[in-house]
Design a protein around this ligand. Structure first.
Ligand SMILES: [Fe+2]
Ligand SMILES: [Fe+2]
Length: 236
């Protein structure tokens, strides 16, 4: 990929002391090591990689939602703050930032590609449906509401529908939308959009916004006991 997509994140990583910031936030060793490497060498992040890393944050929250569905079935509703915080990250980082970038910069261009207009229509409708589900989730996941079986059922339905929609949604964007977007742009325009994405991220979340968001998700996973990756490996 060469110098494609060297964004402001690389400069921030190279100059901003990310490793120290993450260590101070109590983030685990691997992330701090990665940040330290970025500080030393600088990191190239293309626009598509940027969007796909944000999908990684989304997927980790889908795992948190699954854990909450399990807890709701078992009527374990203490600590609902972790669910509200997760839905809040979906609202601010995915819906009001990531999806806005897709809607403003990718969808209008991809609509002009033969054969992909229908895909854009579906993706846009799914963003709208996702926002409705997140509003519902945020409205119900308060401790008082969770004492009612009917509310727990509605919350569980909302989480299930969100997970069911966003797994194929993100997978289709990763494998069809983002490659088509990359292919149709000149290198200069592609790089310039990477810069624009970074500017927006810094404006909304401050420097190292992505790393902060990953650290918040990691902290929620630890509170729920689902952070240890090895627990997902089959025993045999
Ligand atoms: Fe999307
Ligand atoms: Fe997306």
């Amino acid at each position: 990929m060469g110098a494609k997509g060297l964004t402001r994140r690389a400069f921030l990583a190279a100059s901003g002391g990310v490793a120290g910031m993450l260590a101070a936030a109590g983030t685990d060793g691997l992330l701090a090591q990665r940040a330290a490497a970025a500080e030393k060498e600088g990191v190239e992040v293309s626009p598509a990689e940027d969007l796909m890393r944000e999908h990684g944050v989304l997927r980790r929250i889908l795992l948190i939602y699954e854990e909450w569905m399990r807890r709701l079935r078992a009527n374990q509703v203490s600590g609902a703050g972790s669910l509200a915080e997760s839905a809040g990250i979906i609202r601010s980082f995915i819906e009001d930032y990531h999806e806005k970038l897709e809607e403003e910069h990718l969808f209008p261009r991809i609509r002009k590609v033969a054969g992909l207009t229908d895909l854009v229509d579906v993706l846009l409708r799914q963003h709208q449906a996702g926002r409705r589900l997140t509003a519902l989730t945020l409205g119900i996941c308060v401790p008082q509401a969770l004492t009612s079986p009917a509310s727990r059922g509605r919350l569980s339905d909302s989480l299930r529908q969100f997970i069911r929609m966003y797994r194929p949604h993100a997978a289709r964007e990763d494998t069809v939308l983002f490659p088509a977007f990359h292919e149709m742009l000149q290198e200069e325009e592609y790089d310039a959009l990477g810069e624009a994405f970074e500017d927006k991220e810094n404006e909304l979340f401050g420097e190292n916004g992505f790393e902060h968001m990953v650290a918040r998700v990691e902290s929620i996973e630890k509170r729920l006991g689902i952070y240890d990756l090895a627990r997902f490996t089959p025993s045999q």
